[in-house]
Design a protein around this ligand. Structure first.
Ligand SMILES: C[S@@+](CC[C@H](N)C(=O)[O-])C[C@H]1O[C@@H](n2cnc3c(N)ncnc32)[C@H](O)[C@@H]1O
Length: 278
């Protein structure tokens, strides 16, 4: 049993799991998460000079958008690799309104009521203690401050995951998919998200559902990125082993190409964008 398995945590719940893939994350996932961040930003209506906290920022797509709208942003993540990646973007683009800090979102070393806006885009969904993460997003807000949390929506509309399941069934029929709920699916869908926000004491809770799309120009490149940069699926690929993973990848590419019927394949996923007021 690996050290990670012994800890009872999955690779997507430890900083190193994310730091290792920080460089490729932008190519594999950001085209999706940028759409989630854009929706959260639209709902939050950040005003120039507002203090904005981004928790589990990754390479910072929400933080960068908040800064563009005039926010004074603190971007935090527990993975130093992700923070280094964002810092490079900040330096390259000479942005002076984003600060970065390595921090666990379940215990932010930040004062109460010190922000106008807080957000976490598919971030708190990975925390061992999701409720603590949501409570922290509220604690740091001034009364009247706004929060946005994004999680994934209905599992059957998560096409990437559904294609993966079908490809495994076809390529490795004897393989038994793990019966445990993936970590990120513990907070899934609009009702669960509304309950999480209300339980933390947020008022005026609203949840909107959106469909995010990812164009897959090269299925092979997508699969390579995906298998080398997806901490949430690392355990699954380890269980499958290298040869089976390769076979699954071939079937995956075939299926999405076939279903696209001559167009560029596109994978969509439903996401829930929840907002509340402290
Ligand atoms: C799917 S990525 C999302 C990144 C970014 N928000 C985006 O939308 O592209 C999940 C992020 O959560 C971070 N994360 C996971 N658990 C965390 C924790 N306990 N505290 C802080 N960050 C955490 C990971 O390091 C990773 O950057």
């Amino acid at each position: 049993m690996s050290e990670v398995e012994q800890s009872g945590l999955t690779p997507d719940q430890i900083p190193d799991g994310w730091s290792r893939i920080a460089e490729v994350y932008e190519n594999s996932f950001e085209s999706m998460t940028s759409q989630l961040a854009a929706s959260a930003l639209e709902h939050l209506q950040i005003q120039a000079g507002e203090r904005v906290l981004d928790v589990a920022t990754g390479p910072g797509v929400f933080a960068l958008g908040a800064a563009e709208r005039g926010g004074k942003v603190l971007a935090t993540d527990f993975a130093s690799g992700m923070i280094e990646r964002l810092q490079k973007r900040i330096d390259d683009n000479r942005i002076d309104s984003i600060e970065t800090r390595v921090m666990d979102g379940q215990s932010l070393s930040l004062d109460d009521a010190s922000f106008d806006v807080s957000a976490s885009i598919v971030g708190v969904i990975f925390f061992p203690d999701i409720a603590k993460g949501v409570a922290e997003l509220k604690r740091v807000l001034r009364p009247g401050g706004r929060c946005a949390i994004v999680c994934w929506g209905a599992m059957e509309k998560f096409q990437m995951f559904q294609y993966l399941r079908r490809s495994i069934e076809k390529a490795v029929p004897d393989f038994e998919m793990p019966s445990t709920t993936p970590v990120w699916a513990r907070l899934l869908g609009d009702e669960a998200l509304a309950t999480a926000l209300q339980s933390a004491g947020f008022k005026n809770v609203q949840v909107n559902t959106i469909i995010a799309q990812h164009q897959v120009a090269s299925p092979e490149a997508y699969w390579n990125n995906f298998t080398s940069s997806a901490p949430p699926l690392e355990s699954l690929f380890n269980m499958l082993g290298e040869a089976n993973t390769e076979r699954v990848g071939q079937v995956f590419a075939e299926l999405i190409t076939q279903d696209a019927g001559g167009s560029t394949p596109s994978l969509s996923a439903e996401a829930c964008v929840g907002t509340g007021v402290a």
